[in-house]
Design a protein around this ligand. Structure first.
Ligand SMILES: *Cc1c(COP(=O)(O)O)cnc(C)c1O
Length: 394
């Protein structure tokens, strides 16, 4: 019985998506280069400044900070490196614990381990797809104590020094609640805003609420530099330190090579920044196209039972990086059938990441109850989300 029902739902979903994007094969998310990309890249080649210094790096950082309303932006090689340095400068020490959602991309947990720290997985909520603040507060009340102004996990004896909310598919987490928890429990907040460039919580850009926020410009993100990332902060000292650490910690000097701490070669090359400058100029038109795509999907899915198109949380403006279907609870057994039917029809659909606590390298790390994350992981389907799906048609 369930086979027929799941096939019918798979076919209904296929028809709804095709009514919006057409019947040609379609990718999940493709970059598009409709602006000054070629010109800036050529300019870069002509100047010979393709690598670690050049005007586009400074320009990209300036424009990015301005756009996000952050005081400072430091561009780096990718979003994972941005998280690594942000956590390090947030004071995360070896064998501290860092809270993060189990429902995130692996980079969030990897960056924590690069600091020698221990990822500690917490649950997400259905309303935002981000950390469930109410549940986290209860959990911390029951499982931690305060010692010398630090939050200590009573079960492991380790300090919980930071938390890393992630704004899933561009939808802002409940930042107000998470900030109040961070204050009450003496936990530093660092936002993994890799997916949420162009997303706002209460009118303020994501990635500017925590001590640091980090962005990614990988090829599948809203805008791309090929590969790249950035650290946002409002703190001048920390911004300077982040720049220093990501550029091999070299002391400025006309000819001397002197480095005053162990640094990293994480700087974004000028070539990538040139691409980024052109992509940033196109950001608002991409965001508009993504909202239009959402409206079209909303019309297409309005009468389809068993599945809901995910809408931005209250008081938020989302970039709609990846459009998301949420299967009803009683349809969660049908996830694989629906993925098979849509992909066979040439529509690239994908499930959400395997929960990080289930991955071999992370399976022995501490975690809270993850009931909602487990449910969401069987119910989320991302559907084609490229801005050019709308732009090509208008
Ligand atoms: C893309 C992404 C990152 C960073 O990815 P890079 O490929 O290193 O730029 C980090 N966290 C999340 C949630 C992401 O989606």
């Amino acid at each position: 019985m369930s086979m027929n029902i799941s096939q019918a739902l798979g076919e209904n979903i296929t028809a709804a998506i095709q009514s919006v994007v057409g019947t040609d094969p379609v990718a999940l998310h493709e970059p598009s280069f409709d602006g000054n990309e070629s010109m800036y890249l050529q300019d870069c080649l002509d100047s010979t400044y393709v690598s670690s210094v050049g005007k586009f790096v400074d320009q990209f950082e300036f424009e990015l900070a301005k756009y996000a309303g952050a005081k400072y932006a430091i561009s780096v090689v990718n979003g994972t490196a941005a998280l690594h340095i942000a956590l390090k400068l947030a004071g995360v020490q070896a064998s501290d614990e860092v809270l993060l959602p189990a429902l995130t991309f692996v980079a969030t947990a990897n960056a924590i381990t690069y600091c020698g720290a221990v990822p500690h997985f917490v649950d997400s909520e259905e309303r935002t797809l981000g950390i469930d603040g109410a549940k986290l507060r209860e959990y911390l009340l029951g499982n931690t104590s305060q010692a010398s102004g630090r939050c200590v996990n009573k079960n492991t004896g380790r300090i919980i020094s930071a938390m890393v909310p992630m704004h899933t598919f561009g939808h802002p987490s409940d930042l107000e609640t998470l900030l109040s928890i961070a204050r009450d429990f003496n936990i530093t907040l660092v936002e993994d805003a890799a997916e949420s460039l162009g997303s706002y919580y209460g009118g303020q850009h994501t990635g500017t609420f925590g001590l640091f926020g980090t962005l990614s410009f990988n090829g599948n993100k809203t805008i791309t530099t090929g590969g790249g990332g950035a650290i946002l902060t409002n703190n001048l000292e920390l911004a300077r330190h982040a720049k220093h650490l990501t550029t091999t910690a070299k002391i400025r000097h006309a000819w001397e090579f002197r480095h005053d701490e162990i640094g990293y070669n994480y700087r974004m090359p000028n070539l990538n920044a040139a691409l980024g400058c052109a992509q940033l100029e196109m950001l608002s038109s991409k965001l508009k196209a993504k909202r239009d795509l959402f409206s079209r999907y909303q019309n297409a899915f309005v009468d389809i039972k068993g599945v809901e198109l995910f809408n931005e949380p209250d008081n938020c403006q989302s970039n709609y990086w990846l459009q998301t279907l949420l299967l009803d609870e009683d349809q969660s057994d049908n996830l694989d059938v629906i993925l098979a039917i849509t992909n066979a029809a040439g529509i690239m659909t994908r499930p959400v990441w395997v929960l990080l606590n289930e991955l071999v390298p992370f399976k022995d790390f501490p975690r809270a109850d993850l009931t909602t994350s487990q449910s969401l992981s069987r119910r989320i389907i991302n559907i084609p989300s490229s801005p050019n799906l709308v732009l090509d048609k208008s």
